[in-house]
Write a protein that binds this ligand. Sequence first.
Ligand code: HPA
Length: 273
Amino acid sequence: MEYTYDFFKTSADYVREKIGFEPEIGIILGSSLGPLADEVEDPVVIPYEEIPNFLRSTVSTHAGKLICGKLAGRKVVCMSGRFHYYEGYEFEQLTAPVRLFHLLGCRACILTNAAGGVNLDYKPGDIMLIRDQIVLNGASPLRGKNLPEFGPRFFDVQKMYTPSLRQLALECGEGSGLTFHEGTYFYMTGPHFETPAEIRAIRILGGDAVGMSTVTEALTAAHCGMPCLAFSVITNMAAGVLDQALTDEEVNETGKTVSERLCRYLKKVLERM
Ligand code: HPA
């Protein structure tokens, strides 16, 4: 299918009409980070199914709602639940969330995810601020006909994880009770967790954390010139590091243990953005 500018605009027009304000920051909440959405003041909640031309969440731990309102004094639009290639979406479809933010007028986005720790200095519960990404197995979400209303055909991605926002995020981390790293996110398509051999290869290639999301959203933000800040919650050590099976339960449990501190921290970041 070929997507047009009007295709995305239809979604944004519907949301704009419903919320009646222009959000400043778009936030995508990953696994178990949903509690932040509960703190949005005067929320207007829109289930994804209601939004024309938008996608549907198929993962049970992802709520599938857009929550719009005020958080830490900022007007935000929060996606509680995101979309992944492993759900059956094409890479091109995964531009929808950030294009929605852009069309609603957001001036920056914050992306969060759960990821496996590849770097042996990381521990479950640590936070990795994403400095850069590696995508070797997947297509660009910007393939196909370019839509110049969003951005140019070819575009620079060297600073897609905006350096000034990373600096701000590190400063806000002091006293948060969370342990921060800055590192490289390595994308794997999933839905299976990786093999130990894949993780050894990822480590050699320079990946610090591994996960199944975020890169498409960051690329879409870079395409439309939107500053982007992204965090991984290290929910487990990646395959082969420990002699134990990887499970969705472990990912969700670790997510829950940090979610309160992370929510408090993200609000501090938002205040200063
Ligand atoms: N691999 C891929 N994605 C993940 C992981 C992992 O170990 N943990 C959380 N999301």
